[in-house]
Design a protein around this ligand. Structure first.
Ligand code: AMP
Ligand code: MN
Length: 199
């Protein structure tokens, strides 16, 4: 499922696209056995961030392929945005999920997406470091956890979260990762996506 204007491309083919900037972003997540109000299973802690432009996106950013691999560039961005070193969080080619190209203005971009499963303890360390990061309070206004449950009213939780404004194709990256990694079952995911459209 690609956002209008975004088309899936292979990692390899994306390298031969002329005049495109490359961006890499990652979804860090961890199984979370906790329960909200002692009863609603949280399932996973999953990180996104509030950006400087008021939109929600994943940590990461533009990478310059002349400076190394996509993953080198992504890890550099993560050290600026999350304040993490490769010991806290290191993204490798094995974490690669997808690439989508867009000609939408202001520039042609290939958005590469990664997913990284860590322990809840490791994820919490990432959160703690994030407020100390260089970009905190500037390009990044704060790291957030995505609510993956739906409350009894059928809207609170993930549906309400999905009504936010997202950068680029971040919302589609989120929904397709939830599906592909089976973090939510299909029926629940579809119900949340439909409920978010109704408001
Ligand atoms: P950034 O430096 O984080 O703003 O990322 C560079 C560009 O990548 C953004 O301006 C968006 O056009 C694009 N982009 C595509 N997908 C995402 C995403 N999931 N999160 C953030 N930016 C994205
Ligand atoms: Mn960024």
């Amino acid at each position: 499922m690609a956002e209008p204007g975004y088309r899936a491309v292979s990692r390899r083919d994306s390298r031969s696209l002329v005049g495109y900037k490359h961006a890499c972003h990652v979804m860090v997540y961890a199984p979370d056995p906790g329960k909200l109000f002692g009863k609603i299973p949280l399932r996973y802690a999953l990180l996104m961030q509030m950006r400087f432009d008021g939109k929600i996106g994943f940590p990461g950013g533009f990478v310059d392929l002349r400076d190394g691999t996509l993953e080198d560039g992504l890890n550099r961005e993560l050290s600026e945005e999350l304040g993490c070193d490769p010991k806290t969080l290191c993204i490798a080619e094995i974490d690669y999920a997808s690439s989508h190209a867009t000609e939408a203005l202001p520039q042609k971009v290939v958005a590469h997406f990664y997913t990284k499963k860590v322990s809840l303890e490791e994820l919490h360390k990432v959160e703690l470091r994030a407020v100390q990061a260089k970009d905190h309070g500037r390009e990044v206004m704060g790291i957030i956890r995505v609510p993956l449950y739906t409350l009894r009213d059928g809207f609170g939780g993930l549906p309400a979260f999905l009504t936010n404004t997202f950068i680029g194709n971040a919302k589609e990256q989120l929904v397709s990762a939830l599906r592909t990694l089976r973090l939510l079952n299909e029926a629940e995911l579809q119900a949340a996506v439909s409920a978010s459209r109704v408001g």
